[in-house]
Design a protein around this ligand. Structure first.
Ligand code: C5P
Length: 223
């Protein structure tokens, strides 16, 4: 597939998700939220009573994920798993934890590979994940790696959560983020790391709009 691709990788809380949505909307390109595929596999495992160490069953689930992404007029994408709406259910912290556990399994990752590449298409694709620039789209014309300090990422998550959950604890969130980072960066297959040719942005003291403008500038540079 020769369509243009911009990859955006980085740890959780780096602002990738928001930036990719805004970027895809601005360019009117397709969007791949690859983390959603790992989250959907984790949720499917729970629904089917599959244990997180049953590699063969997880591989089958990942290869046959019955999922539909339905863009809505308000810009949000509705996610339907086996006929059930799971748009919000997959954002749950437990599901994110489970996703990061099964994401360390090579057979699960390869089962999801062609499905991710199928998102590429005219006029272009914005691909959000951990290994978009290193493994899934190594030929992408623009690769971005977003980072921010763990403390800043914990603050951002805390601000999102506190309105819904007054009991949220900044310390707990920081510990979760550090544990997730360690698992994503230290796994043997497709660990989180910048591609050698990635443009690296530290977003710790940047606003979302500043990050978006920097990425758009890079994209325009490459024409
Ligand atoms: O980005 P998000 O938090 O939705 O991803 C959930 C988990 O899925 C991550 O913690 C990571 O372990 C895994 N993941 C991955 N490769 C990707 C996207 C997500 O391993 N390309």
């Amino acid at each position: 597939n020769m369509a243009a691709v911009i990859t955006v990788d980085g740890p959780s809380g780096s602002g990738k998700g928001t930036i990719c949505q805004l970027l895809a909307r601005e360019l009117d390109w397709h969007l791949l939220d690859s983390g959603a595929l790992y989250r959907l596999t984790a949720l499917a495992a729970r629904h089917h009573g599959v244990e997180l160490d049953d590699v063969e069953a997880l591989e089958v689930l990942a290869a046959h994920l019955d999922v539909r992404f339905k863009p809505r007029k308000d810009g949000e994408t509705q996610i339907i798993l086996e006929g059930e709406e799971v748009t919000h259910a997959i954002r749950n912290e437990r599901v994110g934890e489970d996703a990061s556990v099964i994401a360390a399994l090579a057979p699960v990752r390869s089962a999801l590979l062609s499905r991710q590449r199928d998102f590429a298409g005219e006029p272009g694709l914005v691909a959000d994940g951990r290994d978009m620039g290193t493994v899934v789209f190594p030929e992408a014309e623009l690769k971005i790696y977003l980072d921010a300090s763990a403390e800043e990422r914990a603050q951002r998550r805390y601000k999102q959560l506190i309105s819904k959950d007054p009991g949220a604890s900044l310390d707990d969130i920081l510990n979760d983020i550090k544990a997730r980072d360690a698992r994503d960066m230290n796994r043997a297959v497709a660990p989180l790391k910048p591609a050698p040719d990635a443009v690296r942005l530290d977003t710790t003291s940047m606003t979302i709009d500043e990050v978006l403008q920097s990425v758009l500038d890079e994209a325009r540079h490459r024409g």
